[in-house]
Design a protein around this ligand. Structure first.
Ligand code: ADP
Ligand code: MG
Length: 242
């Protein structure tokens, strides 16, 4: 079974259908970049996978959980599918370590020592070992986003979802966050990431999905999709962003 399986999902907001018959499988270890114009349904797709939005039709299976079942355990789902957003949403009154350990203590019920050990490990993996006791307002946007990634990694998810996590950053801070993502990818994490960083998609992703008007318009190996678009819609999107 694939790690993520979407079968003919439909999602509407009121009368507006924003995901139209989307089917998709993601295998363990795959790095999937999702690209497309603003409003094409990229965020909604990730939010459905993570149970933040409910679909009107279709079936979503994530790491063995039927997300679309009426009694789906969304807490377990979100432990298995970590999500990082454009806004980092760190708790301003907690230092880096406590931002990372909070869910480990509350959700995973780890004691202080066990949670602290994991926090030190993941904070080091995002290159911020020396900032363990810094507060969010003492960190740059790029560093805060790296803490948000560490916080998600700490839960040892089966899958990580990233929604334009570098879009709000000053250009000089984008690279450090992409390097952290690349490191996470190399460790074998399964990742689905919405991004406008086409070089990153080309070099790090195994596969690129192009969303257009609520549908998967193209889906294939990253270099193939980005270098030789098959449809006019992808061609014009790429010439606008590259
Ligand atoms: P993308 O991430 O590709 O920019 P989104 O998934 O955010 O696109 O949005 C797809 C469409 O759904 C857009 O037309 C957007 O306005 C609409 N939409 C997204 N979220 C909501 C919401 N909570 N309520 C109403 N419309 C929404
Ligand atoms: Mg979006």
């Amino acid at each position: 079974m694939s790690l993520v399986e979407l079968t003919q999902i439909r999602k509407s907001f009121g009368p507006v259908e924003v995901l139209k018959d989307v089917s998709l499988k993601v295998e363990k270890g795959e790095i999937v970049a999702i690209i497309g114009r603003s409003g094409s349904g990229k965020s909604t797709l990730l939010r459905c996978i993570n149970g933040l939005e409910q679909v009107q039709a279709g079936r979503i299976l994530v790491a063995g959980i039927d997300v679309t079942a009426r009694n789906a355990d969304l807490n377990v789902l979100r432990e298995r599918a970590g999500m990082v957003f454009q806004s980092y949403n760190l708790f301003p009154h907690l230092d880096v370590e406590r931002n990372v350990t909070l869910a480990l203590k509350l959700v995973k019920k780890l004691d202080r020592e066990a949670a602290g050990k994991i926090a030190r490990d993941v904070v080091a993996r995002v290159g911020l070992a020396e900032k363990l006791h810094a507060y969010p307002d003492e960190l740059s946007g790029g560093q805060q986003q790296r803490v948000a990634i560490a916080r998600s990694l700490a839960m040892q998810p089966a899958l990580m979802l990233f929604d334009e996590i570098t879009s709000a950053l000053d250009p000089e801070l984008v690279g450090e966050v992409l390097r952290v993502l690349e490191g996470v990818a190399k460790e074998g994490m399964t990742m689905m990431l919405v991004t406008h960083e086409m070089n990153f998609a080309k070099n790090v992703a195994d596969r690129v999905i192009f969303m257009h008007e609520g549908r998967i318009h193209e889906d294939g190996p990253a270099r193939e999709i980005l270098q030789t678009p098959r449809t006019a819609e992808l061609g014009s999107f790429l010439s606008a962003v590259l």
